[in-house]
Design a protein around this ligand. Structure first.
Ligand code: 3EB
Length: 333
């Protein structure tokens, strides 16, 4: 499995495409015939207005559309995307449209993964409109958490411990968009000793805790992949440095460093992961903070690849969130 950044639309790339994400302004590109998540958020990094990140694999692939999920798989890895308009859920008197749509999206993902024999959900990218807005007496991120949690319970999946790495960000408008990587082999979930596990957050952050692990190690054939979830300036369960975007950047990188250290206790490729060796996507709440963010991160992340995107973070007091990943080859057996 490899991940490539390309201009959008992508020139013919070698290897088989599994799927990917297009970040930034839509430019009238015809939809790809492989699953492509559209992250409808401004790209803040210097250069182009849009960027495509594509997962490649070698060997034969199969693809399909199942119940609204567009997917493509190799022998051991499946990438999929589902976009749902909130009206497509089945709200009841005590579930909001967003909650119902979130539950439905995850139910469809889980039934696809069962059918495809790739039950292990490794990494999920969640985007929804107006994440900090309130309706039905609850912040919309918390409604999303309720729907996601219910789907995990109904599929008889763990809601703590063996849960995927993830991120959940707000965009200005558009459908609920969920992309995911899953596989035939279990992930090794990782937690951050400086942070309360998100699946164990106290009720002050909503009636249902978020269902994600701080990071996951997954092993597609011959490789070890580290997915670090969206990571923010949270210590214990509390936000630190409200109002100070530079300090939030430093705290977030410190958290990523701790998770990387946890990964290195169990990694088996023989090569240690490091913060400078990961590639990062940085979500910045206020576009005008991007210079401060880049200036603060540069000495910490050095030569690492960093893509900055404007998006809303799931707590109103968070100004920045960073997610990261790296792929290491396993030594030949
Ligand atoms: C946090 O640590 C910040 O709900 O899937 C980070 C990563 C966050 C994933 C999710 C939320 C999610 O609580 C927010």
């Amino acid at each position: 499995m490899t991940l490539r950044h390309t201009a959008w639309p992508a020139p013919g790339a070698p290897g088989q495409v599994l799927g990917g994400v297009a970040i930034g302004a839509r430019s009238g590109t015809p939809d790809a015939d492989w699953p492509l998540q559209h992250l409808r958020a401004p790209l803040l990094s210097a250069g182009a207005a849009s960027l495509q990140e594509v997962w490649h694999t070698d060997g034969p692939v199969a693809s399909g559309h199942s119940d609204g999920v567009h997917w493509r798989r190799s022998a051991d890895v499946l990438y999929g995307v589902i976009e749902l308009h909130e009206a497509e859920g089945a709200p009841t008197s005590d579930t909001s449209p967003l909650q119902a749509a979130s539950q439905l999206a995850y139910e469809r993902v889980f039934s696809l993964l069962r059918a495809q024999g790739t039950p292990h959900l490794w990494r999920v990218w969640n985007y929804l409109a107006d994440i900090n807005g309130e309706s039905h007496g609850l912040e919309r991120y918390r409604q999303f958490n309720q729907g996601r949690h219910t789907a995990f319970v109904q599929a008889q999946r763990d809601t703590g411990g063996q849960v995927p790495a993830a991120c959940a960000l707000g965009v200005a408008a558009g459908p609920l968009s969920v992309a995911f990587l899953a596989g035939t082999t279990p992930l090794v979930p990782l937690e951050n000793p400086r942070q309360v596990s998100a699946w164990n957050y106290p009720a002050q952050y909503g009636p249902r805790a978020p269902t994600f692990s701080r990071a996951a190690l997954a092993c597609p054939r011959g490789q070890e992949v580290l997915f670090v979830s969206g990571t923010a300036s949270i210590v214990g369960h509390e936000t630190l440095h409200a109002g100070d975007v530079a300090a939030q950047c430093v705290e977030s990188v410190r958290n990523i460093g701790c998770v990387v250290q946890e990964a290195n206790r169990v990694a088996r490729s023989g090569r240690a992961f490091s913060v400078e060796g990961l590639s990062h996507r940085v979500y910045v709440r206020h576009a005008h903070d991007v210079d401060t963010v880049q200036r603060t991160l540069q000495p910490l992340l050095r030569e690492a690849s960093v893509v900055c995107v404007q998006a809303d973070i799931c707590r109103a007091d968070l100004l920045v969130e960073i997610e990261s990943q790296a792929i290491h080859a396993m030594p030949a057996a």
